[in-house]
Each structure stands twice: as structure tokens, then as C-alpha cells.
Design a protein around this ligand. Structure first.
Ligand code: ATP
Length: 352
């Protein structure tokens, strides 16, 4: 499998290095023959190639069989004319990675915040309120006068149906329950279309129980009783916000794994940002990216009917579970190791 690895900014380089240690170990242990190519994005890309994501890197990503994307300093990238582009947006858009799958589950080994739970947020990734990806040309956000700003939200039947299908397919191997999260009491047209599209797809999955919850009420429900949920399907921005909450409820944003999946491409990406407050200190939790990579290997294995990749993904998850319960992890989840040492501890368990 040819993998393109893009370390990024802030904690990105640290968590990517720890993840590479795990990837190299599983490659040897399960004969995956991973061919790992690295390229500079974010500030390093800007310095080296004049762009936070050079067009050549997008081409490399298109040719690779999987991408591992570290977090970048997105908030600092303001002017595309100076090469300051959000790499995550560029890859999601160019590779049509429409499904952002963000699991959140608790682990034995540190105090539970809301009891044990295991859920997945399936977030639409290509439209919604995200001004940098919802227009063919121009921006979805505009300044009408110096005191008036407008932001457009795009919701399409096609994009809503495809994320709904991804959510229903996911729940079929789980607890067969999908919750649609929306704000259709106010955004009657757009979220109305989203719900209608999800319900249309639901008709192909009669075994699945479906309900819907308004996004603000969802904040209370998911804190009060996260056990109630299996797969949650929602639009881009609600999913982005909700999945940070579910990750933190599970223990830490440092466990926030995610897979961006399209029809032909997959990209592992931690759901959190570049965390400048803890960058360079060897304290960031790399398990978010390590678990994301496990999702990518499983995705590849399913598509290629290559069982070794699924076995390797399951082994990584098991090694992470064991490392967490032995406190061989970072301080955010009660462990006593640094970023690098946490990667080494997971790798050591995979070799054992
Ligand atoms: P950005 O501007 O790149 O989005 P941010 O700091 O605004 O960065 P996040 O990176 O998502 O947003 O971080 C939010 C909080 O979660 C911060 O306090 C950060 O330190 C913490 N955090 C994020 N990722 C991790 C991690 N892998 N391990 C431990 N803590 C993390």
C-alpha cells in the first residue's frame, strides 16, 4: 500500500512521528509492504514550496492508496494568493472525501465522564456552511458592506444521501440505530432537505431504527446519555462541533480519530487541530492519529479484500486499548508517557 504522510504544524509533526513508528511496526509484523512517502505541508510547505499545500502534493495524494494528514495551523492561513490554503479542505475537496467518520468510545483505565459508550459521528464533509468548499467559484462568505457579512450554506440532495448511506452502512455491523441531527425547526428548507434525504436512504435499511434530534438539544442528550446513540448522521458544521464534544466525553480530544472517505480515496486525520498551546513539548496524545491510521488500514482492507490490513487495524486498536489501561499513554488520559514514548509503547505491544 502506497501511503502519503503529511505531518503538518504544531503537534502535527510530533503525533505523526509517533504514528509512523506504529505504521512501520504493523507493516513488518503483518507483511503489509507499506510504501511510505512523506511531503511537507502547512508552514513547512510554505517555506519549501511557497504553498501550504502545493499542487504536486494533491497529485501525489491522488496517486497514493491512502493519505495520513497531520493537523495544520488553519486559522493562520488567510490569503490563498500567498499560498496560504487550508490543506484539509484542499484534500477533502480534490479527492471528494465526502464522509468524515468520527468514532468516540470510552476505554478502561481512566475515570468515565458519562459512563461507557461507543458511538460514531458521520459528518458530511464537502458542503454545508464551509465557505471554502461549498461554491464552484468564489467564496460562500462575503462582505456586503464593511459592516455586513453573509455566509451561505449549501445542502444538496446528492451529498445528503451519500453521507446518509455511509451512516446506514456503518450501523449495519453495529447496533442498527441512526440518529439524524439537524436544526430543521429554524433551517426548515436546508435541514428539511437533509432529513428528507436521510429518510429516503433509511427505506433501504428497514432493520435500522431511525430517530432525529435537534442539534442544540443533542448537546444535552449526548452528555446525559451517550449510550443512547450508535451512528449519528449530520451536516458539516454540526458534525464538526458535536464530534469534539463526543471525543472529549470519551476522555480527551487526544483520542479523536477520524477517517475521511470517498469512493476512491481515504485519508486518516485526527479530528482535533494543531494545538499550539502544547506543541513542541512531547505531551500531545498521538492516539488520535494512530487510531485514525487503523481506520484507514481497515478501509483499505475492505476495499481491496485484503484481510491482512483488517487484521493489522484490529491489532492496533487492541494495542491502544492495552496501552491506555496500563497508563502507557499521555497525561490528558491519565497516562505517564510523552508523545514519542506512547507511540513506542503501542509499537512494542504490536511486536509482542
Ligand atoms: P487549531 O487552531 O489548529 O484548531 P486549537 O488549539 O484551537 O488549534 P485544537 O488543536 O483542536 O484547537 O485543541 C483544542 C484543545 O484540545 C487544546 O487545549 C489542545 O491542547 C487540546 N488537544 C488537542 N489535541 C490534543 C492532543 N492530541 N492531545 C492532547 N490534547 C489535545
Amino acid at each position: 500500500m502506497h501511503l502519503l504522510v503529511l505531518p503538518g504544524d504544531g503537534i502535527g509533526t510530533e503525533i505523526t512521528a509517533a504514528t509512523l513508528a506504529v505504521l512501520r511496526t504493523v507493516s513488518d509484523r503483518f507483511d503489509l509492504h507499506l510504501n511510505i512517502e512523506e511531503a511537507a505541508i502547512g508552514h513547512a510547505g510554505l517555506r519549501a514550496h511557497g504553498s501550504t499545500i502545493h499542487a504536486d502534493i494533491v497529485e501525489k495524494a491522488r496517486r497514493a492508496e491512502g493519505v495520513v494528514l497531520g493537523p495544520t495551523s488553519t486559522f493562520e492561513f488567510k490569503d490563498p494568493a500567498r499560498g496560504e490554503i487550508n490543506p484539509s479542505m484542499m484534500l477533502r475537496k480534490s479527492l471528494d472525501l465526502f464522509a468524515n467518520i468520527r468514532p468516540a468510545r470510552t476505554y478502561a483505565g481512566f475515570p468515565l465522564r458519562c459512563g461507557e459508550f461507543d458511538l460514531i459521528v458521520a459528518r458530511e464533509n464537502t458542503e454545508g456552511f464551509y465557505a471554502d468548499r461549498n461554491m464552484e467559484a468564489g467564496s460562500g462568505e462575503m462582505m456586503v458592506t464593511k459592516d455586513v457579512a453573509i455566509s451561505l450554506r449549501r445542502i444538496t440532495r446528492a451529498c445528503s444521501e451519500r453521507i446518509a448511506r455511509a451512516a446506514f452502512e456503518l450501523t449495519m455491523s453495529r447496533r442498527k440505530r441512526v440518529t439524524i441531527v439537524h436544526k430543521a425547526n429554524v433551517l426548515k428548507v436546508t435541514d428539511g432537505l437533509f432529513i428528507e434525504s436521510c429518510q429516503k436512504v433509511a427505506r433501504d435499511f428497514p432493520a435500522v431504527a431511525v430517530d432525529d434530534v435537534i442539534v442544540d438539544a443533542m448537546m444535552a442528550h449526548v452528555v446525559r446519555n451517550p449510550q443512547r446513540f450508535d451512528v449519528i448522521v449530520t451536516t458539516n458544521m454540526y458534525g464538526d462541533i458535536l464530534s469534539d464534544l463526543t471525543a472529549e466525553l470519551s476522555g480527551s480530544l487526544g483520542l479523536a480519530a477520524s477517517l475521511n472517505a470517498g469512493t476512491d480515496h481515504g485519508m486518516a486525520q485526527a479530528a482535533h487541530g494543531s494545538a499550539p498551546d502544547i506543541a513542541g513539548k512531547n505531551v500531545a496524545n498521538p492516539l488520535s492519529l494512530i487510531l485514525s491510521v487503523a481506520m484507514l488500514l481497515a478501509w483499505h482492507g475492505r476495499r481491496r479484500k485484503a484481510n491482512a490490513f483488517q487484521v493489522a487495524a484490529a491489532a492496533i486498536e487492541k494495542a491502544v486499548e492495552a496501552a491506555i489501561s496500563a497508563k502507557e499513554s499521555t497525561g490528558d488520559i491519565g497516562g505517564r508517557l510523552g508523545t514519542r514514548e506512547t507511540g513506542e509503547a503501542v509499537a512494542a505491544r504490536l511486536r509482542a
